[in-house]
Design a protein around this ligand. Structure first.
Ligand code: DC
Length: 233
């Protein structure tokens, strides 16, 4: 049986990957695999455990955390060692810590099979930093979603203000630049444009424009309607 398509979306923090992946997945009746949530979940637990920031102590502790995503009734729960951390991981602090720990080989090795397992049946829009390069190098369609740092900071600022958080636009811009440096500069699985990816700059495009464009690319590459059905043989 041929698996259903895997679509990857890589890109820097704040480029709109999560909103666009969810919409794209919903238009295609696929599931959305938010791999950043897995890194955030690990970061959250390490913070709760008072991790001292040294790479060696994760390995020394002898236990790698068990992380999973549960898709239920259109909602995704992020579970780490049995605890639902879906809401607690959505802070700037956890985002920055996730970016730091994602440079550690033992963390990436632990999460690699989790991500592949979640996408085993296909019918997935997977978003992150190394989707098209490392986790799903044979994905059917690959996108790299980018936007200027000013635009990304502005979007993140508005998103946080809407959530009722007191934030400062300059701080958010600086956090994004720091995360860009960490995510692009690490030695394993850095954020790079996959060789065969379609690059989309969303700085001057609305969300529906980006999603419509991506759908047009997916339909060109995977034109068989049947391949979107669950039992495509
Ligand atoms: O997409 P996000 O902001 O939720 O991701 C948080 C951090 O996790 C990001 O700064 C880097 C790391 N990450 C990663 O290294 N590889 C991925 N595939 C996804 C996220």
């Amino acid at each position: 049986m041929k698996r259903r398509p895997i679509i990857t979306i890589d890109g820097p923090a704040g480029a709109g990957k999560s909103t666009i992946s969810k919409l794209l997945a919903s238009r295609l009746s696929f599931i959305c695999l938010d791999t950043g949530a897995l890194y955030r979940a690990v970061a959250y637990r390490l913070k709760c455990e008072g991790w001292d920031g040294a790479a060696g102590t994760i390995a020394d502790s002898g236990r790698l955390l068990k992380v999973s995503l549960k898709h239920e009734a259109g909602r995704v729960q992020v579970i780490v060692d049995g605890e639902d951390v879906s809401e607690k991981i959505r802070t700037e602090e956890i985002g920055l810590l996730a970016s730091r720990i994602s440079a550690l080989p033992q963390i990436r090795e632990n999460l690699l099979p989790v991500q592949r397992e979640l996408a085993a049946a296909g019918g997935v829009v997977a978003e992150g930093r190394d989707m098209g390069t490392v986790v799903f190098p044979d994905a059917d369609v690959k996108f790299f979603l980018d936007a200027s740092v000013e635009e990304r900071a502005k979007r993140r600022y508005l998103e946080m203000v809407c959530k009722g958080e007191r934030v400062n636009l300059t701080d958010i811009g600086n956090d994004l630049l720091l995360r860009d440096r960490q995510d692009r500069g690490r030695s394993i699985a850095p954020l790079v444009i996959p060789a065969d990816a379609v690059v989309v700059d969303s700085s001057n495009q609305s969300i529906p424009q980006v999603v419509d464009f991506m759908i047009s690319v997916v339909e060109r590459v995977c034109p068989l309607r049947e391949c979107f059905l669950p039992e495509f043989t």
